[in-house]
Design a protein around this ligand. Structure first.
Ligand code: TXA
Ligand code: MG
Length: 330
């Protein structure tokens, strides 16, 4: 176990990028900003580094990782792209979309990172700091969200520090991220499947493909057995405080996670109120979601009550994360 490591924190810049690339090459664990959430990176071809990564996160080893690359040419060395996959890559990369594709025969990503599957998840992130690190390092980097397994995903370097200080080698601080929820994951199977709603709204993908994304089979989304794709442990993204969804009235002592300017009764007795977006903007709400859950989790409320969030656009990803935050706590 690598608890007790000295975790270095460097502001984003050329020195941090060079240190990150050096650490990754030496088998180190480096947290860095992507446009969605902070990732915890390790050399995707180094099984020992990947084992340390699972350990540092306390993550179940059956949950496979996303390989991050800087260029489509690098992605094509590790996975086979059919016409649909290419169309998606061209439209949405770099950006908050992950594609699950068949591995190539000489795929360099370690089996430990793909949990022994014959598919691999890939994404080209858009954040300039992650792009610089990938370019200087020069190989694929696996990066789950840089939080302890099951905890809320980090959208600032301080979030990473509070979960992983002493467990990883380096944190590159590039400020708060822009999107705030993880990438959308599409499985490029016989029919393209929405494995996880995320930073690219479903409707944008369906418009490009000219068809609906199919849903994963019933039961794939569970804590039992191998999730199909699934980042999808039923209770992921959980604050420690109980979470109550679709609240239309507040009970005494509850903390409120509000959205928009709609009225809610009982607000005078709320212990704390944070509003994801007063103007009802879903992109702003996504960017604030994980940070606000973390803050409300420290306020000593017995419950975090969440106002209803519309389900369109980024609302699908926001509601997915909120549902997971509430599992087992209702
Ligand atoms: O935005 C993101 O995607 C962030 C940033 C850091 O890039 N990363 C992220 O990684 O959210 P993580 O490890 O928290 O989620 C990866 C998801 C998991 O749900 C995993 O089950 C799924 O990707 N996944 C990975 N490989 C897969 C595969 N071969 N087949 C199906 N699902 C896969
Ligand atoms: Mg995660």
């Amino acid at each position: 176990m690598n608890v007790g490591l000295k975790t270095q924190i460097l502001p984003a810049g050329a020195a941090a990028v060079a240190a990150a690339a050096r650490s990754l090459a030496a088998g180190g664990l480096v947290a860095f900003p992507t446009e969605t959430v902070y990732g915890l990176g390790a050399d995707a071809t180094n099984p020992a580094a990947i084992a340390r990564l699972y350990q540092a996160k306390g993550r179940p080893a059956f949950n496979p990782l996303i390989a991050h690359v800087g260029e489509l040419s690098a992605a094509r060395q590790i996975a086979r792209f059919d016409a649909t996959a290419l169309a998606l890559a061209e439209a949405f990369w770099p950006g908050p979309l992950t594609l699950v594709l068949p591995k190539t025969p000489d795929c360099a990503v370690a089996d430990l990172a793909t949990a022994g599957l014959d598919t691999v998840a890939i994404r080209i992130p858009a954040h300039p700091v992650s792009r610089d690190i990938l370019r200087v390092f020069g190989g694929p980097v696996v990066a789950p969200s840089a939080n302890l397994s099951g905890h809320v995903s980090p959208t600032t370097a301080a979030h990473v520090q509070s979960d992983l200080a002493g467990r990883i080698d380096l944190i590159v601080d590039g400020g708060a991220v822009a999107v705030g929820v993880e990438s959308t994951i599409v499985g490029c199977f016989l029919e393209p499947m929405l494995l996880r709603p995320g930073g690219v709204p479903r409707a944008d993908i369906e418009r490009l493909l000219g068809r609906a994304l199919v849903q994963p089979p019933e039961g794939a989304d569970s804590d039992n057995g191998q999730p199909l794709a699934p980042g999808m442990l039923a209770s992921h993204y959980a604050p420690r405080t109980k979470v109550r969804l679709n609240a239309v009235a507040l009970e005494p002592g509850e903390a409120l996670l509000a959205f928009g300017l709609g009225a809610i009764s009982g607000i005078d007795a709320a212990s704390t109120v944070m509003n994801l977006s007063e103007r009802g903007d879903l992109a702003e709400a996504a960017a604030n979601l994980f940070g606000y859950l973390r803050t409300l989790d420290t306020k000593g409320a017995h419950t975090i009550a969440v106002m209803p969030i519309p389900h369109d656009g980024l609302g699908e990803a926001i509601n997915d994360r909120l549902r997971r935050a509430a599992v087992g706590r209702e």
